[in-house]
Design a binder for this molecule. Structure first.
Ligand code: UDP
Length: 477
């Protein structure tokens, strides 16, 4: 990549203002920087310290990753002062305002493009207008969705090949039209992707549409994981795409893995020491990502289900405020001492998943979490809540067959779903014991090897990244 070094291709990376988007985007910037590209991550002042921490002291940084901030006029958008991350939105009814407020970033972004004149911008799917901004400056815009090929294909198929009958979105299920694999999905789990007239539908439609007007799509996945869907995305749906993941694997040392996220609420050494005392593959790790806050009544079902399963566990709990229900059964923590560890806040997930004591992962099916589990060879219990998570679940449970569903069937908000403790107990037992569990674990271990190979020199993701950089260089110089 000597050519790139000399010319210093300069790329803007512009993640949506949420941790689940900023984390992989910074990893993406690191991957480009390792190949000699100058990378600038664009964010807002209050998110800058977080981005800076994630960039950290990585060897690849070496002065090649920069941060530029643009103002986010939160008060003008009807949000509280300083509310610059989806994590700090004070109430669920303001979430939508937050998504809409993102359009106010267009002007400041264009001023920065004018000043810095990068050669390309990789912008989040939630900034569909970034394609127009890039066009004004005559540079290519790449879209980063942060999800997998399978879900990108499923969403597009549902939108374009949908049967006229919309009844199935209120109840019942449908086979996702034209998607390879005859995938059946509950209508209520994916309704917002289909309901014209809602603002969320409009935003998601614009995101899909901006794929076609952009230079292409960068996907945090690897070819061997979902070949059929990677090919379908480009050959049938006509998208130009590059697979460059799993991006989390660009964090190689302990420090990088620890810094990847918010400040952990536990000392990582303590947390790993606790796992060190456990047998190989004996602990179930439970975490619902960076934004989901489950109602206390759900947390209580999880606690009861984990206890009933008899398995050891490490459980990350995010809480906003009490809702009047005791979220832990009486004497739970005392009774589980040594057997279960509750982390309140943020956990060093990469380090945990890679620990050999972890045998399964209860996940909300955010794509980063799934891909991190795949990379670590950990089978999953899938518990989707909203967005692409229901599609991601299908990939894990029905295509890759490395997970079991807990039984969530409806896109939910703060009210939570109706999964009860016995479903949790059953799923934990199914993923940890018996022949089916062994098969899933073996398949997960096999995929982990393929994931690592994809990122090595000559691997599929490594090669696609180089192809992309060469193409961007040839467009520029
Ligand atoms: N994460 C973490 N510790 C936590 C919660 C989340 O490190 O306690 C990281 C996780 O490793 C992943 C990201 O935050 O990289 C969450 O992204 P995902 O797509 O799984 O879900 P989202 O937060 O976007 O819903």
């Amino acid at each position: 990549m000597g050519g790139c070094e000399n010319h210093r291709l300069h790329i803007f990376f512009f993640p949506f203002l949420a941790h689940g988007h900023m984390i992989p985007t910074v990893d993406l910037a690191k991957s480009f920087a390792e190949k000699g590209v100058k990378a600038t991550v664009i964010t807002t002042p209050r998110n800058a310290p977080f981005v800076s921490k994630v960039i950290g002291t990585s060897k690849s940084n070496d002065n090649r990753i920069h941060i530029q901030t643009i103002e986010f006029p939160s008060t003008a958008a009807g949000l509280p002062e300083g509310c610059e991350n989806i994590d700090s939105v004070p109430s669920p009814d303001l979430i939508h305002t937050f998504y809409m407020a993102a359009t106010l970033l267009q002007d400041p972004l264009e001023q920065l493009l004018l000043k810095e004149r990068p050669n390309c911008i990789v912008a989040d799917m939630f900034f569909p207008w970034a394609t127009d901004s890039a066009a004004k400056f005559g540079i290519p815009r790449l879209v980063f969705h942060g999800t997998c090929f399978f879900s990108l294909c499923a969403i597009t198929c549902m939108r374009f090949y949908d049967p006229d009958n919309d009844v199935c979105y209120d109840s019942g299920s449908l086979v996702i039209p034209n998607l390879p694999g005859e995938i059946k999905i509950e209508g209520m789990s994916v309704a917002p992707y289909r309901r014209p007239g809602t603002a969320m539908f409009k935003l998601l439609a614009e995101a899909t549409e901006s794929e076609l007007r952009s230079h292409g799509v960068v996907v945090n996945s690897f070819y061997e994981l979902e070949k059929v869907y990677a090919d379908y995305f480009s050959e049938v749906l006509g998208r130009k795409a590059w697979h460059i993941g799993p991006l989390s694997l660009c964090n190689r040392d302990m420090e990088e893995k620890t810094n990847r996220g918010k400040g952990a609420s536990v000392d990582e050494h303590e947390c790993l020491k606790w796992l060190d005392t456990k047998k190989h593959k004996s602990v179930v790790y439970v975490c619902f990502g960076s934004t989901v806050v489950l109602p206390d009544s759900r947390l209580r079902e999880i606690a009861t289900g984990l206890e009933a399963s008899g398995q050891q566990f490490m459980w990350v709990v995010r809480k906003r405020k009490e809702d009047g229900v005791e979220w832990l059964p009486d004497g739970f923590e005392k009774g589980m001492e040594g057997k279960g560890l509750i982390i309140r806040g943020w956990a060093p997930q990469l380090l945990i998943l890679e620990h050999e004591a972890i045998g399964a992962f209860v996940t909300h099916c955010g794509w980063n979490s799934i891909l991190e589990a795949v990379s670590a060879g950990v089978p999953m219990i899938t518990w989707p809540i909203f967005a692409d998570q229901f599609f991601n679940e299908k990939l894990v449970t029905e295509v890759l067959k490395i997970g079991v569903p807990v039984g969530a069937k409806k896109w939910v908000g703060v009210e939570g779903d109706n999964i009860t403790w016995d479903a949790v107990e059953k799923a934990v037992k199914r993923i940890t014991t018996g022949e089916e569990a062994t098969d899933m674990r073996n398949r997960a271990m096999e995929l982990s090897k393929l994931a690592r190979r994809a990122m090595e020199e000559g691997g599929s993701s490594h090669s696609d990244l180089i192809t992309l950089i060469e193409e961007l260089s040839s467009l520029t110089f």
